[in-house]
Design a protein around this ligand. Structure first.
Ligand code: NAD
Ligand code: TYD
Length: 356
């Protein structure tokens, strides 16, 4: 008999959101065994999990979700009874440069996990497949309105199309085979350990190194920002209390235009670095817009709040300040992850970007 009440496979647990989730579950649920499966691509880093490596209820397995033999073996060896699936290629700009890796990892990888889970689980008793997804599957909003759980899918980038496809596969396994699944679609996250290709850590890193701050287009695109710790508590809530077959939207109701956010980051950084006010704003450079750039995302999270009593804990001003403090205290982490593999990619993808 195992000492653990659940064996939970978390995929992508060495990435940004996954590492926060794994740390939270390992600490909060000593009676659950957390098996963190990650391929450690440029975006996955075991440094993100410092402090929990030796916990008795934690194990790391390096594996590829697109390799069906590896995945089948893991289900059997660890007798997996729950999955929280986060592993993905996650950056829209990279999906524009190289769509195929998104299609392979996000679609085929999800299909392989579903197939292996179904084979291992038999009658599905006390099992759950939790798929972590994005609000980008709903497309792009105009100035008004929100994404609801029943908003029609209208993905517009290779990234969001691959996530939409994986959501459909998860629902199909629920409908066809009766697999117990739950899906959440979350807005843009921010916080410690986010890879500095995404807007916030990229800007913080560039401000630190006095490099240009590339704002795409005119900077008026809107994103709805959520503290990563609040995404983790939402996943915890949905994992334990969400209903089988349901979808929950997760968001912080914190819409900001990109340029407003960049201004906020610049001003906070000037204050923290004791620089003259306005020094960082001088680095802002408007660059050629992203292809097919979605105008606005905004989540209505009423269902999650009303049915499962979840609330976000912090507002962006406080969250951004905490986030910047973390990056300033962890410049070595920033240096480590921006060297090597990532640097090569960054230069290939952005080195020749035209300035407007
Ligand atoms: P991330 O890029 O930081 O991490 C992804 C992780 O997946 C990495 O550790 C990487 O090594 C791993 N991975 C990639 N390919 C793999 C493969 N073939 N096999 C095993 N592991 C592999 O991503 P993130 O920002 O933490 O996002 C995690 C999940 O949450 C994704 O599914 C993403 O679509 C979703 N999501 C992200 C956000 C956001 O704002 N970041 C918002 C909503 C939903
Ligand atoms: P990003 O962090 O890539 O998340 P997503 O595209 O999934 O929302 O980008 C957030 C917003 O910031 C998006 O509108 C694109 C914009 N952006 C820039 O203006 N400059 C940048 O260098 C990056 C990476 C993003």
């Amino acid at each position: 008999m195992s000492a653990f009440t659940k064996n939970i496979l978390v995929t992508g647990g060495a990435g940004f959101i996954g590492s926060h989730l794994v740390r939270y579950f390992v600490n909060k649920y000593p009676d659950y065994k957390i098996i963190n499966l990650d391929l450690l691509t440029y975006a996955g880093n075991l440094e993100n999990l410092k402090g929990i490596e030796d916990a008795p209820n934690y194990e790391f397995v390096k594996a590829d979700i697109t390799n069906i033999d590896e995945i089948r073996n893991i289900f059997t060896s660890y007798n997996i009874d729950h999955v929280i699936h986060l592993a993905a290629e996650s950056h829209v700009d990279r999906s524009i440069e190289n769509p195929l890796s998104f299609i392979t990892t996000n679609i085929t990888g999800t299909a392989i996990l579903l197939i292996a889970a179904r084979e291992h689980w038999g009658d599905f008793k006390d099992k759950r497949f939790y798929h972590v997804s994005t609000d980008e599957v709903y497309g792009s909003l105009g100035a008004e309105g929100f994404f609801y759980e029943d908003t029609s899918y209208d993905p517009r980038s290779p990234y969001s199309a691959s996530k939409a496809s994986s959501d459909h596969l998860v629902r199909a396994f629920n409908h066809t085979y009766g697999m117990p699944v739950v899906i959440s679609n979350c807005s843009n996250n921010y916080g410690p350990y986010q890879f500095p290709e995404k807007l916030i850590p990229l800007m913080v890193n560039n401000i630190l190194h006095k490099k240009n701050l590339p704002v795409y287009g005119d900077g008026t695109n809107v994103r709805d920002w959520l503290w990563v710790g609040d995404h983790v508590t939402a996943i915890d809530t949905i994992f334990h209390n969400g209903k089988d077959g349901e979808t929950y939207n997760i968001g912080g109701e914190n819409e900001l235009q990109n340029i407003e956010l960049v201004h906020m980051l610049c001003d906070l950084m000037d204050e923290k670095l004791e620089q003259p006010v306005g020094s960082s704003r001088n680095l802002i450079t408007f660059v050629t817009d992203r292809l097919g750039h979605d105008a606005r995302y905004a989540i209505d999270a009423t269902k999650l709040k009303k049915e499962l009593n979840w609330e976000p804990s912090i507002q962006p001003n406080e969250g951004m300040s905490k986030t910047i403090d973390w990056y300033l205290d962890n410049t070595e982490w920033l240096e480590n992850v921006t060297s090597g593999k990532y640097q090569e990619y960054y230069e290939a993808a952005y080195g020749n970007r035209d300035l407007v």
